[in-house]
Design a protein around this ligand. Structure first.
Ligand code: UDP
Ligand code: MN
Length: 442
């Protein structure tokens, strides 16, 4: 999209908004001050009523949770945040990140527990700064984002949506690299950053990332080693969904990766080098997927042992092979629900994962584990370009549109069920009907 459109749709920030900031901060102090005053009064009253059982510690515990992250304090000891030479932007590499992050975690023990034990994950996604050219593009972006928010709420993950170019040269699929670097610095408490392309739909709301499996790896993408080394194919892996560990190795990889794109000195030449290595590469310029394939082939000893190519489940699944099977998969899951009484039990959304685990166990025991019976974890509409509408000529826009409706409604059905409703027709996004008690056995 041209810069004229950019300026047309991006009014400069209003002064009134900027000037409001100090008063908002002051309001914040007033609120915190007021809240602690109220808390002290409650505490005084409660200790007065029953001085033996109620302590101030209990009250704080109700408020913040004794084991949860402490969101209200930041110790005065200097950390990497206080180093004026540390830059969030590409240019100067970040050094000693592992020890800097460790030091920060030591000063923030309530986060350290989460980072180590739960493998805390931050989902990062985003889209372009301007209005979509495709008239239905922004509607689709909203639904695609809602889908990720739903997943994160159910799994207790943090999410960050970005729609600015942190590096003006890094457009399109290159936009994620400066963002991933900044996200690592902004979230030292997150062990993993999970990048999910905006055009990817999470189509199994109960599936939990098997992070334990990746404990010796720093980057996870969907792919196949034999296809990579034997065929050197562009589709031997996909860079649209990736899990990257928050560590120095990853920062080095991001620097290297982005240096082959428009942020680097010679993207045109990198496009040619990639094309000569990867015969089925269609895009003429340098692209990030080819850049990763290049690194795995040409700098194998430097990177490959820390990269995990996942193919046991759809960390990325190509939409074209998935969408026609979604109705059948829904039916299969309903049959399981008919067989297992507990899976039909209505429950609060917050405890969905308990039932998800129950279903997983049942499916494994029954041998319903492989794809085409299971919900695909991620359905990626790569090539559909929902925002620009400039989809790959291999298929029609109608196929993309219908596929996206199906995948989004398929995922939404898993969410809506906890709210008592269902989309009876995956191709009709507006129509929902209430679910009867004991569905689907009713
Ligand atoms: N993207 C972004 N900012 C932009 C343009 C794109 O963050 O200005 C992201 C967006 O999430 C998009 C991804 O980059 O999904 C990669 O592009 P796309 O999905 O169109 O590539 P494809 O999967 O079709 O190869
Ligand atoms: Mn994509």
């Amino acid at each position: 999209m041209g810069s004229s459109e950019f300026s047309l749709f991006q009014p400069s920030p209003k002064r009134s908004v900027l000037h409001k900031a100090p008063s908002l901060i002051a309001d914040g102090f007033l609120f915190v001050g007021g809240a602690s005053l109220a808390l002290s009064v409650v505490w005084a009253l409660l200790t007065f009523i029953n001085p033996t059982t109620i302590s101030f510690d209990n009250i704080i515990a109700w408020n913040a949770g004794p084991c949860g992250p402490d969101l209200r304090s930041d110790p005065p000891e200097p950390t990497f945040y206080d180093d004026e030479n540390l830059s969030y932007a590409f240019g100067e590499p970040v050094k000693d990140w592992d020890s800097k992050r460790r030091e920060w975690l030591k000063l923030h023990p309530s986060f350290a527990a989460g980072a180590a034990v739960d493998n805390r994950v931050l989902l990062v996604t985003g889209s372009q700064p301007t209005v979509c050219k495709n008239p239905v593009g922004d509607h689709l972006q909203l639904r695609l984002f809602k889908n990720k928010v739903d997943y994160c709420r159910i799994h207790g993950l943090d999410i960050f949506y970005n729609n600015v170019l942190l590096d003006p040269k890094g457009t399109g699929f290159w936009a994620k690299y400066p963002l991933l670097r900044a996200a690592m610095l902004a979230h030292p408490e997150s062990e993993w950053i999970w990048w999910v392309d905006s055009d990817a739909v999470l189509t199994d709301m109960e599936f939990k990332l098997p992070l334990e499996k990746y404990k010796d790896h720093n980057l996870v993408v969907h792919g196949w080693w034999n296809m990579l080394y034997e065929q050197k194919s562009w589709t031997s892996l996909n860079a649209g969904v990736l899990l990257i560990r928050n560590c120095q190795w990853s920062l080095n990889l991001l620097d290297k990766w982005a240096s082959m794109g428009p942020q680097g000195p010679d993207p045109k030449n990198w496009g040619k080098i990639q094309k000569s290595l990867i015969k089925d590469k269609a895009y003429p310029g340098s692209d990030d997927q080819s850049a990763l394939i290049y690194l795995l082939i040409k700098e194998k000893s430097k990177w490959a042992d820390k990269i995990y190519l996942e193919s046991e489940y759809n960390l990325h699944g190509y939409w074209l092979g998935i969408v026609d099977g979604l109705d059948g998969i829904s039916k299969g899951y309903m049959e399981i629900d008919r067989e297992v009484d507990l899976l039909r039990r209505r429950h609060a959304e917050k405890v969905s994962l308990f039932y998800g685990q129950m279903r997983e166990k049942y499916m494994r025991e029954k041998g319903i584990w492989r794809e085409n019976k299971r919900r695909p974890f991620v359905t990626h509409f790569t090539g559909c370009e929902p925002c620009s509408g400039e989809h790959n000529g291999m298929y029609t826009w109608e196929a993309c549109w219908n596929g996206m409706q199906k995948a989004l409604n398929f995922a939404d059905n898993q969410v809506l069920r906890r709210f008592g409703f269902v989309h009876p027709d995956l191709l009709n996004s507006s129509w929902v009907s209430p679910l009867p008690f004991d569905f689907p056995d009713a």
